[in-house]
Design a protein around this ligand. Structure first.
Ligand code: GDP
Length: 453
């Protein structure tokens, strides 16, 4: 995933600092900050933002209250450092503006897409259409790109594949006219979400922006979304500002997060335009699309799993009763081995493994080390391990295995795995249970905290 390297390096900086117990607390914080700053800068994050992250972490960790009598070997100190870094990385991708728009049923909600050609606009229009269609909305797509030959064909092909009604023209050259006709048609037919894909290229940039303004005046969109390719590096900031000036978009979709780009430019663009990222594109397939939340993103970045996105995805594919039971458990701050087993089985139907693995603590590291095939084998083995547990064990929080290690030996033997493998699964379940506790706790009014780095 994009930024995977950044995540690894930040983790490295934190873990190195925490394992070096010879240094005093202030020296530890300073050396950790050096590592974090270098990692962020080398990932193309804007220098002003990096400096803000540095000073925020520093002032929090070295405030009189926090720095007094601190020892690095102390568990509380470790937690404080981890949580401060986690929170500050969340702030980096969180512009604090809430998503300005939620579509309403039985109304015509118009969403207009803007962005440069090649950013992934047409693909993301279709992905968003599918996202809402799955949630029970009647959705239509309008192609307003009359500039580029082939634009309508591309949208049409995507729409047909996804079974989304569409509107466009091969002969009309005025995009404003096409959009007017498309929106009128879909509104008459009581479509609830109408997504308008605009052009991303013109002979002159100025013409492109003028056209967007004209379309926007006619469309009067409820939401304008800019699509930004995560791999464009530092140019992202400038490009986003130019779009913001002409189309005043209220949300961003970041695409190509599955690639190996540095991604820091895109993060800087979010801060520069003060606009929230609402979805990320994680592949070329229609379902490679995830709702964005700063906490989930940073959790994945640091390889500590992301239970929130996992359940967002699971809800669309899994058996309703199973998911409901797990959701109820999470709301109570619980996550049993049985929850883990059911969700693991569902996940294996979801594919591709690489997208899912990032959401489970410890799995993304495994993916990067051993590859997709082996990770898939490991996931199968996990199911064998669950199958060798008793009902009582599955419905437990796993603590009985620590109290009676002979249970681990029995399960390992029964599933044809090793005790170490069983222990790993129990550890992952504990991390997810910790996150569930935080989510459940947050629902009850407590503040969220990472499950550990
Ligand atoms: P547009 O010109 O902005 O409409 O861009 P397209 O939707 O045609 O996308 C350009 C290319 O990027 C196509 O090959 C898409 O399949 C690809 N693409 C779009 N989104 C993603 C993504 O999230 N990940 C990857 N890997 N490719 C993407």
């Amino acid at each position: 995933m994009v930024l995977a390297d950044l995540g690894k390096r930040i983790n490295g900086a934190v873990n190195n600092a925490l394992s070096n117990t010879e240094d005093d607390y202030t020296t530890t914080v300073d050396s950790m900050l050096k590592g974090i700053v270098t990692a962020l800068l080398e990932s193309d994050v804007n220098i002003a933002l990096v400096s803000k992250v540095r000073s925020n972490i520093k002032s929090k960790l070295l405030s009189e209250n926090n720095a007094a009598n601190r020892s690095v070997s102390n568990g509380q100190t470790k937690k404080l450092i981890q949580k401060t870094v986690f929170d500050e990385l969340c702030n980096l991708v969180d512009c604090e503006v809430k998503e300005p728009f939620t579509p309403k049923k039985k109304k015509s909600n118009v969403i207009m897409f803007v962005g440069l050609q090649g950013s992934g606009k047409t693909t993301s229009c279709t992905k968003l259409a599918v996202y809402y269609q799955k949630r029970g909305f009647k959705v239509g797509l309008v192609c307003a790109d009359t500039f580029r030959a082939g634009a309508f064909d591309q949208l049409k092909q995507n729409a047909i594949k996804a079974r989304i009604p569409f509107y466009g023209s091969y002969t009309e050259t005025d995009p404003v006219k096409v959009v007017e006709e498309g929106i009128t048609k879909f509104k008459k037919e009581k479509f609830e979400i109408i997504i308008v894909d605009t052009s991303g290229r013109h002979r002159q940039e100025e013409e492109l922006f003028q056209e967007m303004i004209q379309i926007s005046n006619v469309v009067k969109p409820n939401q304008t979304i800019m699509v930004l390719d995560a791999s464009i590096g530092q140019a992202a900031e400038q490009q986003s500002k130019a779009f913001k000036d002409s189309s005043d978009f209220g949300a961003i979709i970041l695409t190509k997060m599955d690639g190996h780009a540095k991604g820091g430019g895109a993060i800087s663009a979010v801060a520069a335009t003060h606009t929230p990222i609402i979805f990320i594109g994680t592949g070329e397939h229609i379902h490679d699309f995830e709702k964005f939340s700063p906490k989930s993103f940073v959790s994945k970045l640091l390889g500590i799993g992301d239970i929130e996105s996992l359940f967002e995805q699971l809800q669309t594919v899994s058996n309703k009763e199973d998911t409901q039971a797990t959701m109820e458990n999470i709301q109570k701050g619980k996550f049993t081995l049985l929850d883990f087993k059911k969700q693991m089985q569902t996940m294996m139907k979801m594919g591709p493994i690489s997208n899912i693995a990032q959401m489970i603590p410890g799995m993304s590291n495994m993916m990067s080390q051993v590859g997709e095939e082996e990770t898939s084998q490991k996931m199968k083995k996990m199911v064998y391990v669950f199958d060798s547990m008793t009902k009582e064990e599955l419905e437990s929080d796993g603590r009985m295995f620590i109290e009676q290690p002979s249970r681990m030996v029995r399960v390992a033997r029964g599933s044809g795995t090793s005790v170490l493998e069983v222990e790993m699964i129990l550890m992952q379940q504990r991390m997810m249970a910790n996150m569930a506790q935080n989510i459940g706790g947050a629902a009850a009014g407590a503040s969220g905290q990472p499950g550990g780095m």
